[in-house]
Design a protein around this ligand. Structure first.
Ligand code: EPU
Length: 337
C-alpha cells in the first residue's frame, strides 16, 4: 500500500495538465482496498478510483483521495474446447493484457490493441475500437461495494453496456470499485475486419491472424492517434453522436458524404471527427491547447495547457459544430470541473 499527500498528477493522467491531488493511494489487494475504504469513509473526503487517467480532464486540483489499483494478477478460471475464462486484475495495463492474450492464442481482444489505460476501465467505459467493444468479451465484473465493502460479481447482461457506456457510469456510479474483470476469449480464430481500412492493412501483412490484426490496428492507431507520453491527450475527446433518422436525413441533404453508422435502435451514429474537421478545427492551436493534426476528435496539450484551457477549446468546437450541423456534441472524456 502506498499513501502520498499533495501529489503532482502531471504524470498520472494522460493530458498531463498541471494539477495536484490531496491524497494518492495505491493498493495491491482487495483486502488493502477494504482497509483503505474503511478508514477513508471516516475521513469524509471524496474518493475517486483512477486507472491510467487516460479518459480524464482535471480542471482543478482534486480535493480528496484518488485510489489507484495495483492489482495486476490474472488467472485462468475455466477452460473448455472452445474458450477460456480469464480473471484479470483492474490495475494491469490494458495493452499488456491484450498482448498477453494474443501471445497465448486467445481470440477476442486483438482489435482493441493499443488503447491506453488499465483493465479496470474497460467495463466502466466499455472501451471500443475498430468494430469491437470490451463488452463483446466481458463475461462478468468483480467489484467492491464502497459502502458495505463486500465483493460482488456483476454479470455482463446486467451492466447495460452501450457505446462508451455502462451502469458503472450511470446508476452504479460511485457505488463500486472494479477489482477484476472476467473475459471469455475464444480458442478459435475469427476476425472482425470490416472497420475502415483495417482489412487492407491486415492484407499488407499476410493472412489474418491474431498477431497480424494486432499489428495492423497498432499501425493505424499510430498513424492517427498521438502517443500520450509524447503529446498529452485522452484519445477521442468527443463521442460520435447518435441522432434520429429524420435529423440524419436533413444533415445528409446538405452534407451527402458525412460518415454514418446505422444503429440497431433505428438511430444513426454520425462522425464527430468529420464534423469538427469540416468546421476547420483540425490542427488548430490556442496557447498550449490544440486539436490533433491527424484526428479531429482528439484534443491535445502541447505543454502547459490547463484543464480549463482544454475545456474552453472543447466548448468553442462544440458550439461551432452545433451551429453548422445542429448537433450537440458530448464529451467522451470525464471532465472534473
Ligand atoms: N474523419 C475525418 N476527420 C478526422 C478524423 C476522421 O473526417 O480528422 C472521418 C474519417 O474519414 C472516417 C470517420 O471520420 O470516415 C471515422 O474516423 P475514425 O475511423 O478515425 O474513427 P472515429 O469515429 O473518429 C472512433 C473512436 C476511436 C476509435 C476509432 C476506431 C469514438 C468517440 N472514437 O473514432 O476511439 O479508435 O473509432 O474504431 O467512438 C477513443 O475512444 O478514445 C478512441 C480513440
Amino acid at each position: 500500500m502506498l499513501i502520498q499527500k499533495e501529489i503532482d498528477l502531471q504524470d498520472k493522467h494522460s493530458f498531463h495538465c498541471p494539477v495536484k491531488t490531496e491524497y494518492w493511494v495505491e493498493y495491491d489487494s482487495i483486502e488493502e482496498l477494504q482497509q483503505i475504504l474503511r478508514e477513508a469513509n471516516d475521513f469524509g473526503l471524496p474518493i475517486m478510483p483512477i486507472g491510467g487517467g487516460c479518459n480524464l480532464l482535471f480542471c482543478r486540483d482534486y480535493e480528496g483521495i484518488l485510489l489507484h489499483s495495483c492489482i495486476k494478477d490474472w488467472s485462468l478460471l475455466e477452460e473448455d474446447e472452445k474458450s477460456v475464462l480469464l480473471q484479470v486484475g483492474a490495475g494491469l495495463n490494458w495493452d499488456e493484457w491484450v498482448a498477453l492474450s494474443i501471445e497465448k492464442g486467445w481470440c477476442g481482444l486483438q482489435n482493441l490493441s493499443g488503447i491506453p489505460g488499465e483493465v479496470g476501465a474497460s467495463p466502466v467505459q466499455n472501451i471500443g475500437a475498430y468494430g469491437v467493444e470490451a463488452k463483446d468479451c466481458i463475461e462478468s465484473v468483480m467489484v467492491l461495494d464502497r459502502e458495505t465493502l463486500a465483493c460482488e460479481t456483476k454479470l455482463a447482461q446486467d451492466c447495460a453496456f452501450g457505446y462508451r457506456m455502462s451502469r458503472f457510469k450511470q446508476d452504479w456510479k460511485d457505488r463500486h470499485i472494479v477489482c477484476y474483470v472476467n473475459y471469455r476469449l475464444s480458442k478459435d480464430a475469427s476476425f472482425c475486419l470490416d472497420y475502415g481500412q483495417l482489412k487492407e492493412e491486415v492484407q499488407k501483412l499476410g493472412e489474418p491472424s491474431l498477431k497480424n490484426v494486432r499489428q495492423a490496428v497498432l499501425t493505424i492507431r499510430n498513424s492517427k492517434l498521438p502517443d500520450p507520453d509524447k503529446l498529452g491527450n485522452a484519445g477521442s475527446f468527443f463521442k460520435n453522436p447518435c441522432i434520429d433518422m429524420a435529423h440524419y436525413q436533413s444533415i445528409l441533404n446538405d452534407y451527402p458524404d458525412i460518415p454514418a453508422w446505422p444503429q440497431n435502435d433505428g438511430s444513426v451514429k454520425i462522425s464527430a471527427a468529420w464534423m469538427i474537421d469540416r468546421c476547420g478545427w483540425k490542427g488548430y492551436r490556442e496557447g498550449d491547447a490544440g486539436v490533433c493534426e491527424t484526428q479531429a476528435l482528439v484534443l491535445v496539450n502541447h505543454g502547459q495547457a490547463s484543464g480549463e484551457d482544454i475545456l474552453h477549446l472543447y466548448e468553442k468546437i462544440a458550439d461551432s459544430v452545433e451551429e453548422k450541423f445542429r448537433v450537440k456534441l458530448q464529451p467522451e472524456v470525464v471532465v472534473l470541473k
